[in-house]
Write a protein that binds this ligand. Structure first.
Ligand SMILES: Nc1nc2c(ncn2[C@@H]2O[C@H](COP(=O)(O)OP(=O)(O)OP(=O)(O)O)[C@@H](O)[C@H]2O)c(=O)[nH]1
Length: 620
């Protein structure tokens, strides 16, 4: 069976958890509020209306701060838990979970100190509630929220806005539809001028949520009584009015015990000529029972809507958590694992770009198929092998004695000079491929969704990948230059052997008659033109070779390495890092981390609340 204890206790537990998460009435919160959905009793009254006295009387102990001016400056969520007869009374604060207060004067002091801790001594007010639980055989299960007394004027030392500040804070508590309003008015004042009734009427015009309490019945002028109010004639509410007689200031000064005061109050009503007929429905004890019963029924009726709010919120929070990504582990091993997973995710995408699953890798082939051949074609061999230059180079190579047969040195110089032109396109190809790879790294990082959360790691991976690409480029350049140098260091002798042997023929003494003219021919333009054209064919052959070997070298040194070991160096580095450094790599956007933390905590609260409600439902 669902008991009163279990229902009110359930709401108490959820309320405490809400406060820990910063979810309370008047709080500024981006999340949908569970607090708002929880029924509670808010105590409202003007200054000196007897609010504190009513609360203490309901509890049966003195424990509230006293003094002049505004004493209650933060909401006090007072959760009363009935314990077995004879058990010891004690109080506990949510902010001091390990401490049990059995001396209630210390409770009073802690309320004051805790108020000052948040508001300072400046008499400011704050909407952050103090949670106080009282465990006692003399209470009923009930949760009351004591709010600052409504006032009309600011006193010395208080900000001018205090009057409105208090009103708006009290209003934020009482205007939510799940709030039960305990409106306290003194009987020795015209009910029409009561601050509490004025506010209650505004937020609850039909009076269905308002319980009217009339204090100080004993202080009314002789010959007058409050029957018009108590019997609902002067101010109509859906619930019956309750009259109260608290301790007078003189009683307080004399330290009259609360339990004695309760008895005196009972006697007052029992013997009162005016209120005797209402005695069973008057007094603080009756009020406590009435409220407890009412609160329980309100909670019961709200359970379905609370459950659906909780379920809806859980769904929303879970989808937000999915969106934000799961929280990162704190131990080094798990962090390293996360980092490696993220690197792998990036590496996978990068490879897809190279291998063709994603666009961009084809641009590398573009370098080999277009840029390199075009650059080779544009090399200035025409100029280098012009008649004039051939003559010049050959003559210079000959020195003082012109060559007799073939200009061996001249050939070599012309060929070496030509081959050196290949260095440019070779290096340019390595660079071009490097830039394509770099661009693919940039793209891949952007496309790795998992990395978006971690700007620091993102930057580190990019830096490490680019650094590796630089190394591969150096290697690529060296290798292609080496290819060119290899061509220059050993020429293909077969090529020259296959050339028509005119020179030798020209020098053959058996070849009658032509010797002189042939000898002259050796220094003619035709001779040099032939040399130029031979060198040009040779260079053309080398060009063909390089056109196919340069891409091989570049792919081997740069593309293949990028595929195989782009992040190898980075992996070694992070393998040596400590937990703290790894944590820094996984340093998320702080706002995102905070949001996830809030979401996670809230999710925990909502799930715990759902479990609690489920367990109560099962017990039904
Ligand atoms: N005789 C008599 N005095 C009362 C009654 N209720 C309150 N008082 C006295 O009225 C004064 C104010 O009561 P409190 O309970 O402190 O009133 P409050 O609304 O909490 O006042 P603030 O916290 O100052 O706003 C105290 O001196 C009480 O002793 C009552 O029913 N009868």
């Amino acid at each position: 069976m669902t008991t009163m204890e279990s229902l009110i206790g359930l709401v108490n537990r959820i309320q405490r958890a809400c406060t820990m998460l910063g979810d309370y009435g008047g709080g500024d919160n981006a999340f949908s509020s569970l607090w708002e959905a929880l029924p509670s009793v808010a105590v409202v009254g003007g200054q000196s209306s007897g609010k504190s006295s009513v609360l203490e009387s309901v509890v049966g102990r003195d424990f509230l701060p006293r003094g002049s001016g505004i004493v209650t400056r933060r909401p006090l969520v007072l959760q009363l838990h009935k314990t077995e007869d004879g058990s010891q009374e004690y109080a506990e604060f949510l902010h001091l979970p390990k401490r049990r207060f059995t001396d209630f004067s210390m409770v009073r002091k802690e309320i004051q100190d805790e108020t000052d801790r948040v508001t300072g001594k400046t008499k400011q007010i704050s909407p952050i509630p103090i949670h106080l639980s009282i465990y006692s055989p003399n209470v009923v299960n009930l949760t009351l929220i004591d709010l600052p007394g409504l006032t009309k004027v600011a006193v010395e030392g208080q900000p001018d806005t205090i009057v409105e500040d208090i009103e708006s804070m009290v209003r934020s508590y009482v205007e939510k539809p799940n709030s039960v309003i305990l409106a306290i008015s003194p009987a020795n004042q015209d009910i029409a001028t009561s601050d509490a009734m004025k506010l209650a009427r505004e937020v609850d015009p039909t009076g269905e949520r308002t319980f009217g309490v009339l204090t100080k019945l004993d202080l009314m002028d002789k010959g007058t009584n409050a029957l018009d109010v108590l019997e609902g004639r002067s101010y109509r509410l859906q619930h019956p009015w309750v009259g109260i007689v608290n301790r007078s200031q003189a009683d307080i000064n004399r330290n009259i015990d609360m339990i004695v005061a309760r008895r005196k109050e009972r006697e007052y009503f029992a013997t009162s000529p005016d209120y005797g007929h209402l005695a069973g429905k008057m007094g603080s004890e009756y009020l406590a029972k009435l409220l407890s019963k009412h609160l329980e029924s309100v909670i019961r009726s709200r359970i379905p809507s609370i459950t659906s709010l909780i379920n809806k919120s859980i769904e929303e929070l879970e989808s937000e958590m999915d969106h934000l990504g799961r929280p990162i582990a704190v131990d080094a091993g798990a962090q390293l694992y996360t980092i490696l997973e993220l690197c792998r995710a990036f590496d996978r995408i990068f490879k897809e770009h190279l291998d063709g699953g994603r666009p961009g890798g084809d641009r590398i082939y573009g370098v080999f198929d277009n840029q390199l051949p075009a650059a080779l074609r544009k090399l200035p061999f025409d100029r280098h092998l012009s008649l004039q230059n051939v003559k010049k180079v050959v003559s210079e190579a000959d020195g003082y004695q012109p060559h007799l047969i073939a200009p061996e040195q001249g050939y070599r110089r012309l060929i070496e000079g030509s081959l050196s032109y290949f260095r440019g396109p070779a290096e340019a190809s390595a660079d071009a491929v490097h830039f394509v790879l770099k661009e693919l790294v940039r793209k891949s990082i952007g496309e790795t969704q998992e990395l978006k959360r971690f700007p620091t790691l993102q930057a580190e991976i990019a830096a490490a990948a680019n650094e590796a690409l630089e190394r591969f480029r150096d290697e690529g350049r060296k290798t292609v230059i080496r290819l060119v140098d290899m061509e220059a260091s050993y020429l293909t002798v077969e090529f020259f052997r296959k050339l028509p042997q005119e020179v030798e023929k020209a020098g053959n003494p058996g070849n009658s008659g032509n010797t002189a003219s042939q000898a002259v021919d050796r220094y003619s333009d035709g001779h040099f033109r032939r040399i130029g054209s031979n060198v040009s064919s040779y260079v053309g052959m080398v060009s063909e070779t390089l056109r196919t070997t340069i891409p091989k070298a570049i792919v081997y040194c740069q593309v293949r390495e990028a595929k195989l070991s782009l992040l190898n160096h980075f992996y070694t580095q992070i393998g040596r890092k400590e937990a703290k450094q790894l944590g820094q790599l996984l340093d998320e956007d702080p706002a995102m981390m905070e949001r996830r933390l809030q979401c996670a905590k809230r999710l925990e609260l909502y799930k715990a609340a759902r479990d609690e409600i489920d367990s109560v439902s099962w017990a039904r």
